[in-house]
Design a protein around this ligand. Sequence first.
Ligand code: NOJ
Length: 557
Amino acid sequence: MERTFWYKDAVFYQIWTRSFKDGDGDGVGDLQGVLEKLDYIKSLNVDAIWFSPLYPSPNADYGYDVMDYMDISQEFGGMEIFKKVLDGAHERGMKVIMDLVINHTSDEHPWFQASRRREEPYTDYYIWRQPKRDGMLPNNWDSLFEGKAWQYDDLRKEYYLHLFTIKQPDLNLDNPRVRDEVKKILRFWLDMGVDGFREDVITFISKRENLPNSLLPVVRGITHYSHGPHLHEYLMEFRDVLDRYDCVTIGEAPLLTTGKALEFIGGPRPELDMMITFQYMEGDCFFTEYAPHKFSLRKMKAIWSHWQKALWGKGWNFLYLENHDHPRVISRYGSEKYRVESGKALAASYLFLQGTPIVYQGQELGMTSLRLPKIEDYEDIQTRNHYKLFSTKLSEEEKMERIWKASRDGGRSPLQWDDSENAGFSTAEPWFTVNPNYPQINAAAQEDDEDSLLNYYRLALRLRHELPVVRYGVYREYMPWSDKLYVYERRSKSQRLLVICSYTEEPVAFKAPRGYDLQKGRLILRSHGEEIKDNGFTTQPYESRVYLFQDRRQIVI
Ligand code: NOJ
């Protein structure tokens, strides 16, 4: 099949269905709710929806523990309603991509249950090991979510590997039958009309032979299962299936550098189309939000610029500020006090970069991180387990302070549709706490306000689609040393974009870079005024402006 690379012109919207919109009145977001909101999603000027896992699941890790890869959870409304959503999205010109979670399944998946009983052909579907002679664990690897990476199974009398929770046993992709299952899953959804996949922790699927002990002091094992020996080979096998469809693949990859990313997305026949790097989430932390530092604009800009330059002409960026694994970005990189303004500056900072941007549900409304008083109020297993690891020297306040900064639940509260009860998310008691700021922050309040963040996103995305320079233009950063302003240019033969974003409430004197005459530019997007003085301006708190320059001399008609 001839590929169109449609994703290069697209903007994605991520739906974490549980918290999006409850359509059947049971307090849990579902696909009926999505169906009702398809026009809203389309109105954002996005072109594709990525659904976090919709498969049947016992929800130990909210869908990332799959029980059946070829069905849709009844909690979300089942297969019939999914097909309506798929058709409804396609009718509106939007694509739909699924989450593909193949590093692990749920322990309640029939494959795992059969594997415990050593029933063929499932015996080697998972990574089982005998206890060591002295009864010790097979190796010293840590789970990323829950203690050690091994759990003893009483039935099979062996340990199984779980890089995430105990309820998420790792699949054995070295077994060709398991890879065949993956290919079946790919075909099943693609034949139904789905347009691609976001591939969960895809760089973990090939483990180093013999599973050696790790010498690392923390996250033991990660260097042995990340980017393992057969990873590229397996992805190429899947590519053979994917090539028959005009679909997109996005690989999620912890600890990803640009060099590593290009191994997947560069070259004449890339294994994947885009990679999700965690570096975009490191503006205020070291690798994980549980190791926080003060937000550094300079660090963030260096990361954005590095990815823009390193992938230029070789690979395609996947751009994001939020997803279901992180607290809300305004509460981290922006300012809750200047919520709307900083939300706009953040939007302009990434929406005009080269790549495919994704907007996470509620980001367009400037939702802030949910902060709950007690650890028992949190739902996420990673959050609860991290809390247990905190030093006993920390006070309760200090522990909760850290949870507020880091918990994934910060970004998982129900979407705030209006100021009615439960934020219009559900008529029943919602499955999870609604952020109490919903009377002020909600979609209905922003709908007709032309200065709202919601309408800023809509306009920014429309402009993105209209301006070829966003797809093709060369990236250049100005004032990289500034810890207050992010200024960049995108330049093509006939168009130049100049993006100026302030990350401070302090006034900053901005002067246009050499070669720019602001008077000659068109201010196509702005958060505040349009005054210009001496070819520059003094910024308002978290001000953002995007200027377009059409170079008439260069336009060939
Ligand atoms: C990454 C997913 O985004 C996250 O939500 C999940 O917990 C882990 N992978 C395990 O599947």
